[in-house]
Design a protein around this ligand. Structure first.
Ligand SMILES: Nc1nc(=O)c2c([nH]1)NC[C@@H]1CN(c3ccc(C(=O)N[C@@H](CCC(=O)O)C(=O)O)cc3)CN21
Ligand SMILES: CC(C)C(=O)C(=O)O
Ligand SMILES: [Mg+2]
Length: 287
């Protein structure tokens, strides 16, 4: 289908993914229609109910309970140690904190690599115990059968190709799809997940020109992270984009706030008030 600009096709009833007035839960069907309209959309990660409620009230249509919770929420070095129990608990909290966003639960390392049956058992926990509307898993051709069984079983799947952080011990954190051979492999991976029935695909750390080509070739939406401006959607890790992550953040991150400084300054003000005896005042006391 030819891509039309959002301005040309934006429905007058405001049913756009971002800025839409609807309050019902967004579905994968809504996501598919956005690509037909040529509408770009934002996705953020969330790991807890409170943060998720802020993003939901801000109109972010899709929230990913990413296994980046490993390094951004749970204090691990990487996403590799994250368990399905942990993802289930965090996903349930994000579902409870939201009413409009589609919640996508990331399947952690080791919960789907054994094969389609293991993937279905794991995804079913996220759907039944946490209430997610979709799951995400890493891998293109190598995850084709897993995606196919989940989709056949009624669980929408977001795929994730390019840099797949659960494979950090094998591939490191390097740009993927550079050079003709790697670009052809990425295109095969993209088509493979689409053929398996994925409703969207994350493209992580791939050259912008290649991400644009994948976006043109596929009929399902692409969600870029470090993949240039031409993907259908963009995702960032929330602690990175709000300036809360400690230490290094990837260079594709844009920092929209400085929460680390805001929170640190507030903690110091509280401490100084307590030490100096200026908190609590009478107005904060009961008599
Ligand atoms: N805080 C955080 N942000 C993320 O975006 C993120 C996570 N954690 N954890 C899970 C994965 C891992 N991701 C990563 C991790 C490292 C790089 C990285 O080091 N990138 C280099 C570029 C490498 C290259 O040029 O080849 C960089 O400097 O950005 C990128 C994405 C993305 N995801
Ligand atoms: C970076 C996104 C796509 C992710 O998989 C995560 O946050 O775990
Ligand atoms: Mg992830």
């Amino acid at each position: 289908m030819t891509q039309l600009s959002a301005a040309q096709t934006k429905p007058s009833d405001g049913k756009t993914l971002y800025g839409g007035k609807g309050t019902r839960r967004i579905t994968v069907r809504d996501i598919a229609l956005a690509k037909e309209r040529g509408e770009k959309w934002p996705m953020l990660t969330a790991y807890d109910a409170m943060t998720a409620s802020v993003f939901d009230e801000s109109g972010i249509p899709v929230l990913l309970v990413g296994d980046s919770a490993g390094n951004c929420h749970l204090g691990y070095e990487t996403t590799v140690p994250v368990t399905l129990d942990e993802m289930t608990m965090l996903s349930a909290a994000v579902v409870r904190g939201t009413s409009r966003a589609l919640i996508v639960g990331d399947l952690p390392f080791g919960s789907y690599q054994e094969g389609p049956v293991q993937a279905l058992r794991s995804a079913t926990r996220l759907v039944k115990e946490a209430g997610v509307g979709a799951v995400k898993l890493e891998g293109g051709e190598r995850s084709h059968e897993q995606i196919r069984l989940l989709v056949e079983s009624g669980i929408p799947v977001m795929a994730h190709i390019g840099l797949t952080p659960q494979s950090v011990n094998a591939m490191g954190y390097r740009v993927q799809g550079r050079g003709e051979e790697a670009a052809q492999q990425l295109l095969r991976d993209a088509k493979s997940v689409q053929d398996a029935g994925a409703f969207a695909v994350v493209l992580e750390l791939v050259p912008a020109e290649l991400a644009a080509e994948v976006t043109r070739v596929l009929h399902i939406p692409t969600v870029g992270i470090g993949a240039g401006p031409d993907t259908d959607a963009q995702v960032l890790v929330w602690t990175d984009m709000l300036g809360l992550t400690s230490g290094r953040v990837p260079k594709f991150v844009k920092k929209y706030a400085a929460l680390r400084e805001v929170m640190g300054d507030a903690a110091k003000s509280f401490a100084e008030d307590v030490v100096g005896g200026t908190f609590p005042l009478d107005e904060h006391s009961v008599h």
